[in-house]
Design a protein around this ligand. Structure first.
Ligand code: SF4
Length: 655
């Protein structure tokens, strides 16, 4: 099959090349890393490249996404391909959002995939055995014709939300049906967890009836993967979790886990250990804890050997498992905090120390955390796949991504240029301010100067503007200084911990203010800067306040040290590269189509350290430069629309 046979649009510049690169990588069983910004059509290129190289060899494709809207985009593109050649595509999401029982019950919705899986198995067993406490949706599902559903799914390729609605109207279970349909699908699109969490991956491969060696994996928005992969292998236990253990003991009894040591004794020793760790090791928001700190505290508290402590943690898990079973039989979510306590201690005591650090995290709910430094551990199953494709608009330096994930050094790496006219965007920086911690502490006037830049430009340029702060703390500092009284435009604010609904309402109001030119205060690396689209006039001006270097926490310092030891590039890989990506993500909000125009202003003299990667211009007259940019672009727009009008008139008169 020719690579472009399945391409449903007229290919634009670079798209044929991207499709061919992907297809070649799959044929060569490679892991290709692609940096390609908004508007390059990477979703359709990845699908067509993968399908053209996989269809005849019976491989299956797993397209991993981070958000629902990315998943919807994959399914929409599959519909277009399906018009050319029949390709079965399916979207999957977890039980929390698709199980009809969980969607109607907040307690169930809070369950982990494993807990919901156990509960579901029990409910189905009861349904089949015609016992009380079964699942009415499952009962209806097994009584419904599967053929009709299969025809609907593989001809319409609905989004998960559409499929859930379809099933709701019939009183059947979309999760159970998706399991059945997965074995017939050639392309499955699902969240990252479906591949990087072992228990879920094993289940999915079983549903898809495919060995991992025949699976081609596409990782979308891959710049998220290293952090995600670290989190997957990280475990923590908080003070609140200990309070939940106490509640569970009140309900199920305080059993002994060793002679003379009960569950509550362990909880009390854990509380004391948390207090000591906070006092001895916490600096600001976290602190490194010695590797054997917790074990030694517990052994000392009960005069135990390490072997006895190990037995105690296993006994906690056994007791917890019994509670989970009892809850399951009672039709409740099979969750046990006693089990989680045992599992945490077991994990903490048995981690491979060279890949982990142990931390105390502060705040209102202090916790112990075993933090995984190496994303290549969770990413290792990628190497067992037929091939993988890693794509994002901000992956540079590509070699860092490859090394972090442990992909082979022979992996092809490619950057595709933005298809949008370069003149439509300019990035300025100023050299008389910085948010460098020491400078801010010494010179109070810096904050005033930064504020003056924001206020003067916001008041002088009536266009939708986002001000990206490096942290909520700094955003709050500007608010406390009264910046809102000086800005003569409507200002919207992304609050820390805002619900997704509230954030979307705030963003919608901001977008609706484009005529008058509204302002939005947000943070770099947050939901606004990483995940939202602002096409056309919805965003034309962006401030980046300071360079968004990661905060030098104990966790961050440990990461830097680990990368320095492993690659000799600690600063480059763990400080400079993430800061660069965050800035690019934020600046990338400006231009989403080929007619968008926009200006970014970085308010930090350290920006020039990135001039090898970002096309930066130093400005001594920020307001003037911004106004001139928009004036010039508006003039060009007018000329071009005049020309278009004249061309139309010419065409009509010649007709
Ligand atoms: S069969 Fe479906 S509705 Fe019933 S518990 Fe399982 S996932 Fe939920």
């Amino acid at each position: 099959m020719n690579e472009m046979d399945l391409f449903p649009y007229r290919p634009r510049s670079g798209q044929r090349e991207m499709v061919e690169d992907i297809a070649t990588a799959i044929r060569n069983k490679q892991h290709i890393i692609i940096e390609s910004g908004t508007g390059t059509g990477k979703t359709i290129c990845a699908l067509v490249g993968c399908l053209s190289a996989s269809l005849d060899s019976h491989k299956k494709i797993l397209y991993l996404t981070r958000t629902n809207s990315q998943q919807q985009q994959v399914l929409k593109e599959l519909r277009r391909i399906n018009d050319i050649r029949s390709v079965y595509g399916l979207g999957l999401q977890g039980r929390q959002s698709t199980c009809p029982l969980a969607r109607r019950d907040p307690e169930l919705r809070s369950g982990t995939p494993e807990e919901l899986s156990k509960l579901c198995t029990e409910k189905k067993r009861r349904t089949i055995d015609e016992l009380e406490g079964g699942c009415r949706f499952y009962e209806q599902t097994i009584a419904t014709s599967f053929d009709e559903i299969e025809r609907y799914v593989f001809s319409d390729i609905p989004t998960v939300e559409e499929f859930v609605d379809y099933c709701d109207r019939r009183g059947i279970c979309p999760y159970e049906l998706a399991k059945e349909l997965a074995s017939k699908a050639t392309v499955v699109t699902a969240p990252y967890a479906y591949f990087f969490v072992q228990f879920i991956r094993d289940t999915l491969l079983d549903w898809m009836s495919v060995p991992i060696s025949d699976l081609v994996v596409i990782v979308d928005e891959a710049h998220n993967l290293p952090d995600y992969a670290r989190e997957v292998k990280t475990l923590s236990l908080s003070r609140k979790a200990l309070r939940h253990v106490e509640k569970e003991v009140n309900e199920f009894g305080d059993l002994e886990v060793l002679d003379g040591v009960s569950i509550l004794d362990i909880v009390s020793a854990m509380d004391e250990a948390l207090d000591s760790a906070v006092e001895e090791y916490l600096l600001d928001e976290d602190g490194l804890v010695p590797m054997n700190f917790l074990e030694e505290r517990l052994m000392h508290a009960f005069t135990l050997t390490s072997r006895m402590l190990e037995l105690a943690t296993r006994e906690l898990m056994v007791q917890g498992e019994i509670i989970r079973e009892r809850k399951k039989e009672a039709g409740r979510l099979p969750r046990s905090y006693i089990f989680s306590l045992g599992a945490f201690l077991n994990f903490w005591m048995n981690i491979e120390e060279r890949y982990y650090v142990k931390l105390i995290l502060g705040g209102d709910n202090p916790s112990f955390e075993s933090y995984c430094l190496d994303p290549s551990i969770a990413a290792a199953p990628l190497l067992e796949c037929a091939a993988s494709i890693h794509m994002s608009g901000t992956l540079s330096p590509l070699v860092e991504y490859r090394d972090s994930l442990g992909l082979p050094s022979s992996s092809p790496m490619k950057s595709f240029p933005s298809p949008f006219p370069r003149r439509n965007r300019r990035i300025f920086f100023v050299d008389d301010v910085t948010t460098k911690y020491e400078d801010l502490a010494q010179d109070e006037e810096i904050v005033e100067k930064i504020e003056d830049y924001i206020v003067n430009i916001c008041n002088g340029v009536k266009r939708n503007t986002v001000v990206f702060f490096p942290s909520f703390n700094l955003l709050q500092r500007f608010l406390s200084d009264g910046i809102l009284y000086r800005i003569k435009r409507k200002v919207h604010i992304e609050d820390r911990g805002m619900s997704q609904n509230d954030l979307m309402e705030t963003v919608t109001r901001f977008k609706e203010g484009a005529e008058q030119g509204a302002v939005l205060f947000a943070v770099v690396g947050g939901r606004v800067s990483e995940g939202l689209d602002f096409p056309d006039r919805e965003l034309e001006l962006a401030f980046i306040v300071g360079i968004p270097y990661p905060k030098p926490t104990a966790k961050q310092r440990a990461l830097l040290h680990y990368y320095e030891m492993k690659f000799g590039r600690g600063w480059e890989y763990t400080v400079r590269a993430p800061a660069y990506r965050r800035m690019l993500q934020a600046i990338g909000r400006l231009i989403r189509t080929d007619t968008d125009i926009g200006v970014a202003i970085i308010l930090d003299r350290r920006a020039k350290q990135f001039s090898d990667r970002i096309e930066l211009e130093l400005t001594q007259d920020a307001l003037g430069d911004v106004l001139r940019f928009f004036e010039e672009r508006e003039k060009e727009r007018k000329v071009s629309s005049e020309k278009t009008k004249m061309r139309k008139v010419d065409t009509k008169s010649s007709e």
